[in-house]
Structures are given as C-alpha cells and as structure tokens.
Design a binder for this molecule. Structure first.
Ligand SMILES: [Zn+2]
Length: 448
C-alpha cells in the first residue's frame, strides 16, 4: 500500500512538473508594429504614424514611440496603412461544388478537405473572420481554432432550416424520397446541410438541434431562390407563426436569426417576427426597408454576385432566367436600401467552386457604384462585427473585439500597399497589395 501511495505521489509530482514546464514554454509573444497609419474600422481619419503593441493575441497599446519590450518582435511597416482584418458576413465555405453532389454523393472527406482549402485561401485574401451562413462548417471552425487548419475565424450557422419545398429542400421535384425510402432520413439532414421542418413543433426542434450542434446563429430559408430547383423566386416560405417560433428559440439561447428572403412579403414577415439579418432581400419594397431600419435589422446583400453574367456566375439552365430576373431587381434594392439608410453588411455568397471564391475581393469594387470607399471599409470591418455580435453568448470569440483596431481588440490586422480609402480597388488584388496578414496575433503573411 505504502509503495502504491509513493508511486501515485511521484506520478502526481511528475504531472505537476510537466504542467509547469508547459506553462514556462508558452511564453508571452510580443510584437510591436512600428510606423503605421491606421484605419481603425470606424473613423475616416487615419491615426497617423503610430506604433501598435500586440501581446499574445490582443492589441494592448496604440501610441507613438512605443518602447519595445525585451524579446519583442519588431515589424516596421514604414508608413503603410494598417486596417482591421477583413470580414465577410455571407460565406458558404463548404459549398464549393454542386450542392446536390455534395449532399447526395460526395465523400465527406472531399467536402471537408476542399472546405479547408477554401478557408485557407480566404484568410490569405485578408479575411480574418467570416460568418458562414449555411452548411457543415462547425467542424472546420473547430479545426481552425485548434490551429490544425489555417483559416479565418468562423461564426458557423450549420444546418439551415427550411420548409418542405423551400430553398433548403433538395428533394427532386417529382420524387418524394422520404416516402420512397420510408423510414430513411434525408442525407441533407444527416450531413448537416439543411433541416426540413414544418409547423411550430418541428421548427422549434430544428432550431434546438442546430443550436446544440454549435451554431453561432440560425439561418432560415424564407423565400424562393435562384439556385433552388424546386422553389420559384416569387414564393414566400414559412408562416409568420413558424418564423416567430424559430426566433424565440434562438433568443432563448441569446442569439439571433438570419433569413434568406427575396420577396417583399418574406422580408416583412421576417422583420415582424424578429429576424435580425435579411440575406439578399433585393425585391423588398420601400416599406420593407423602412421596417428594416425601424427594427434595426441588418441588410446582408451582395453586389458583385449580381453584376456578373449568368455564365460568369456559373448558373445552370434552371437558374439562368431566375438569375437574370434577380439581377434586374437588384439595382432597385441597392438604391432603396441606400436611400432608407439601413445597416449594410458586407458579404459575398460565392458558391460553386474554389475558383469562384477568388472573386471575393471584387465585392469591394462592385459596391463603389453605391458607396464611398470609406463606407465600404466600415461595412467590411466594424459594421459586420456589430452584426456578428448579435450572436451574444453564442459568439465564439469573446476575448477581444473584431473589426476594429483599438486597445482590447483581437490582433487581426492587415497591412496594404496604397490607400484603400482613396482607391479601394487595391483590395481586389490581395496577392499583390496585402503585405501583411495577422490573425489572433499570428503572422500568416509578411512580404514587407
Ligand atoms: Zn447564401
């Protein structure tokens, strides 16, 4: 017995020692960025010629002439402009091939591996945080946070909630597979793409399950779509009672809901039910935009996605006429939302292939017709971050602020060649013009 106690004591001491050793190994990393002109994500006026102290993953001081602590790494950026890491409010990292293929045939490893590459490429375009608004990316987020995969921070949505025949219902039009294979479960559900739910009880369960899986916010399919094979674009999906039930469940978890909605009716229903983020929304009436403003909801639409030709946008024969129709309505939606003055998120919604995502930074240029470079930069940094914060306690990144350069913010920054406040097109060539990319205090690119 005595011997046993002794060996247990030794083991405990050894464990304690190794923990101590581990703690000593993980010394604080300190970086000082010298001679920066800072766009802080909020103010148009730059903070000129300043230094930034970064301790581990947070910005802890912004001041002229910071005396670098011993062992600090110095990065002199010689008067270049430093800005918050870019953010995207509407990505689908896992949706990199035909959706039917991904759901029904593709090996999950293929889906996951390509999604990881998608994420890495996104970070290397300067996007340090994205809200992934549908699809199985919760595992990818975990792998990135662990450092096993290089990519942006992800606020994942996980499985999207759709009614039968809604935008998330991928059943072929003529065959009801759930009846055909009685008792079998739709692979779209099993593989984390969409949950088909009809009626109050089912939508409540679907919302609860999605939250259990680790979603930061909930995505509802609220209207017809361009890419959906079964739902014409003019269709309004879900009743206001069903929408209210989803919103309520999300609110109990301290988070919010986003909705895919094109028709004015679906936008109005969603806003009246308490949905806080309207995705696409381009056919909303002026009345609907006014309600959006009154409710302080975000308008999360895309500009670049509707400035391409159907071929460039990768539309198939079914989607082509719907895409052209959406494109026609788009300008009206952009102008109305700008006129009413709703909060505009910055998102891209690029799906279908890794090469499609290389267009992501073109969104900056596509917005120039409607917004100033300063306004666009705010959308892509602090304003998106404000939207992300609506996830409340479900927001995965609580230690610092996102989308701003200030004391207490995460050290998520980029350094660029040129001045994006004067020429935002420089961001459309990230490989050439983004000289430094830092996320969570770690440098992923430095060509200074
Ligand atoms: Zn989308």
């Amino acid at each position: 017995m005595k011997k046993l106690i002794k060996s247990v004591c030794i083991a405990v001491a050894f464990v304690a020692l190794s923990f101590q050793g581990f703690a000593q190994e993980k010394a604080k990393t300190v970086i000082v960025i010298k001679n920066a002109n800072v766009f802080d994500g909020v103010n148009e006026k730059l903070i000129e010629n300043t230094d930034i102290l970064i301790e581990n993953n947070l910005i802890t001081q912004i001041a002229k002439g910071i005396k670098p602590p011993k062992d600090a790494q110095l990065i002199d950026i010689n008067g270049k402009i430093l800005l918050p890491g870019l953010t995207d409010a509407h990505t689908h990292l896992a949706l990199h091939s035909e959706v039917d293929y991904l759901i029904y045939s593709a090996p999950e490893g293929y889906m996951g591996a390509k999604a990881a590459t998608n994420a890495t490429q996104m970070l290397m375009r300067g996007f340090t945080t994205v809200r992934d608004i549908g699809g199985p990316t919760i595992g990818l987020k975990m792998a990135i946070d662990e450092g096993a995969v290089i990519g942006p921070r992800i606020l994942p949505t996980g499985s999207m909630i759709s009614q039968s025949s809604g935008h998330g219902d991928f059943n072929a039009r003529q065959i009801n597979w759930s009846q055909y294979f009685a008792g079998q479960i739709d692979p779209a559900y099993i593989r984390g793409w969409t949950t088909i739910a009809d009626g109050i009880a089912e939508v409540q369960k679907a919302t609860r399950e999605t939250l259990r899986s680790g979603a930061s916010q909930i995505k509802i399919m609220g209207s017809g779509s361009i890419l959906g094979a079964q739902d014409p674009m003019d269709v309004t999906e879900y009743t206001i009672e069903e929408l209210r039930a989803i919103v309520k469940e999300a609110e109990k978890w301290g988070t919010y809901t986003a909705i895919h909605a094109y028709t004015s009716e679906s936008v109005m229903n969603a806003l009246n039910a308490g949905v806080q983020s309207i995705e696409h929304g381009l056919f909303a009436s002026e009345e609907a935009f006014k309600l959006m403003k009154e409710k302080d909801a975000f308008f999360s639409t895309q500009f670049m996605a509707f400035s391409a030709t159907p071929e460039e946008a990768g539309m198939n024969a079914v989607a082509r006429p719907k895409y052209l129709q959406a494109k026609e309505g788009a300008d009206n939606g952009y102008r109305l939302s700008k006129k009413v003055g709703v909060k505009m998120a910055f998102g891209t919604d690029l799906v279908g292939g890794l090469e499609m995502n290389t267009y992501q930074p073109q969104e900056f240029v596509a917005r120039l017709k409607y917004y100033t470079p300063y306004e666009i930069l705010v959308q892509a940094t602090s304003l998106n971050a404000e939207l992300f914060e609506r996830a409340g306690k479900r927001h995965p990144y609580q230690e610092g602020k996102i989308g701003v350069v200030k004391v207490g913010a995460y050290a998520d920054v980029i350094v660029v060649e040129g001045n994006p406040l004067k020429d935002i097109a420089i961001l459309a060539e990230p490989e050439k013009n983004i000289k430094l990319i830092m996320k969570d205090g770690k440098v992923y690119k430095n060509t200074l």
